[in-house]
Design a protein around this ligand. Structure first.
Ligand SMILES: Nc1ncnc2c1ncn2[C@@H]1O[C@H](COP(=O)(O)OP(=O)(O)O)[C@@H](O)[C@H]1O
Ligand SMILES: [Mg+2]
Length: 246
């Protein structure tokens, strides 16, 4: 069994943070000492000192988890203000992202915690340096991957392209989660309803769940998290990650 999972996305704003938060919350509520790493966060919250990573804050809020006694940089080694591609944010900061640092921090987290959930930045081919993309990071992490996509026009294409690129790189995608980042309009409903079957027709990779639009996910007890849990086939997800126990 792998001690980690990588949450990849078909792009940005597709629901990776919500899915990551929901999985962290689920595992921690069941006594699994899981933590999340956001190796690179752009669009930092600079209103706070030190700067904060909005994705990590969302994960921790959902799971009512705050590892204050551990260095923040371990969870998010690269934090940049501009909301742009990591390679560009690093360059603008006069910095360079070093994948070795990401791996060192991942190892350090796993010395004191049981399980690691890694949320990628953006889509599969997003560059972290001029020569190194999320795909390279996923290859080096050598762990199962969950692909997050959003139910909307275009998702069949984005999902199949993402699966193809990972398959080509020899990566194992454990499953797909579809999310609904905005309330579905009546006129878009027929597209959203067809997305899962259309994707399943082209791939053997299972869909773990279709997460509806969650009205309130602002804190750990918010009702949206119950709806999230209901939307996921946890037995299938945990089995695919090697975490299932009867
Ligand atoms: N199922 C959902 N219900 C409600 N809001 C969602 C849902 N999925 C995503 N969102 C919202 O959509 C926005 C983008 O989602 P996020 O998880 O941050 O995407 P990503 O991490 O892929 O960039 C966020 O404001 C998030 O709260
Ligand atoms: Mg995110």
């Amino acid at each position: 069994m792998s001690d980690r999972v990588f949450i990849a996305g078909t792009g940005t704003d597709v629901g990776k943070t919500v899915v990551t938060a929901g999985i962290l919350r689920y595992l921690r509520q069941r006594e699994v000492d899981a933590v999340v790493m956001k190796p690179v966060q752009t669009g930092a919250d600079t209103a706070q000192q030190p700067w904060r990573a909005p994705d990590l804050e969302a994960h921790w809020r959902a799971a009512a988890f705050d590892p204050q006694d551990e260095p923040y940089s371990r969870f998010c080694p690269y934090l940049y203000a501009p909301a742009c591609s990591p390679h560009l944010a690093a360059r603008l900061a006069g910095d360079a992202i070093d994948p070795k640092v990401i791996h060192q921090n991942a190892r350090a987290l796993l010395e004191t915690h049981e399980y690691l959930i890694v949320e990628g930045a953006g889509g599969i081919y997003v560059p972290l340096t001029d020569r190194y993309t999320n795909l390279d990071l996923m290859k080096e992490m050598a762990c199962p991957i969950i692909l997050v996509a959003h139910v909307a026009l275009g998702t069949i294409n984005y999902t199949l392209l993402s699966l193809e690129s990972m398959n080509h790189a020899g990566l194992k995608v454990a499953g797909i989660i579809l999310s609904t980042p905005e309330p579905l309009s009546e006129s878009a409903r027929f597209i959203a309803e067809d997305n899962p079957a259309a994707i399943e027709a082209f791939t053997e990779v299972p869909i773990f769940g279709i997460v509806p639009w969650l009205e309130d996910i602002t804190h750990a007890e918010a009702p949206g998290w119950d709806a999230f849990e209901e939307a996921i086939d946890w037995e299938l997800l945990l089995t695919q990650l090697g975490l299932w126990h009867d």
